[in-house]
Design a protein around this ligand. Structure first.
Ligand code: AMP
Ligand code: ZN
Length: 133
């Protein structure tokens, strides 16, 4: 897609710091990192989000590869993997991507959800199960 910033990075039309590339996937450093090594793992084929990614099983191998490399290169205390779908979920770039974010000692995770006790588990699980393809 011509107006997509990640397609432009994939095609080397704009600069980036790529750390991984194979036939289907590229990974590059996030331009506004949450922490040192914050990397985005992106399919070369443009899809907006996870709902169009049923044929992208290869993403997993790239995620594991990049996570292992970050573990060795940056020696973090942990690694967080996140993936936003839709504006309400915080998605700003509408080309599917996974954030792989090293977490260091003293880092304060800002992922805060208001948790509750699970209610209606049976009906929620049934509704989801009914929609599994
Ligand atoms: P999201 O909110 O999940 O859509 O995340 C989009 C991410 O893309 C943000 O973390 C941005 O910092 C990152 N980003 C946007 N433009 C660029 C770029 N040109 N190079 C690298 N990362 C970028
Ligand atoms: Zn794109």
């Amino acid at each position: 897609m011509s107006d997509c910033v990640f397609c432009s990075i994939i095609n080397d039309d704009i600069p980036s710091h790529k750390v991984y590339e194979d036939e289907n996937v590229v990974a590059f450093l996030d331009a506004n990192p949450v922490s040192k090594g914050h990397t985005l793992v992106v399919p070369k084929t443009h899809v907006d989000n996870i709902h169009d990614a049923s044929e992208m099983q290869y993403m997993w191998d790239a995620l594991v590869e990049v996570s292992n490399a970050l573990e060795k290169a940056c020696d973090p205390e942990g690694i967080n993997i996140a993936q936003n779908n839709g504006e309400a979920a915080g998605q700003e770039v509408f080309h599917l991507h996974f954030h792989v974010t090293p977490i260091y000692e003293g880092d304060e995770l800002e992922i805060e959800y208001d948790r509750s006790e699970l209610e209606d588990g049976e009906s929620i699980a049934a509704a989801v199960k009914d929609n599994i393809a």
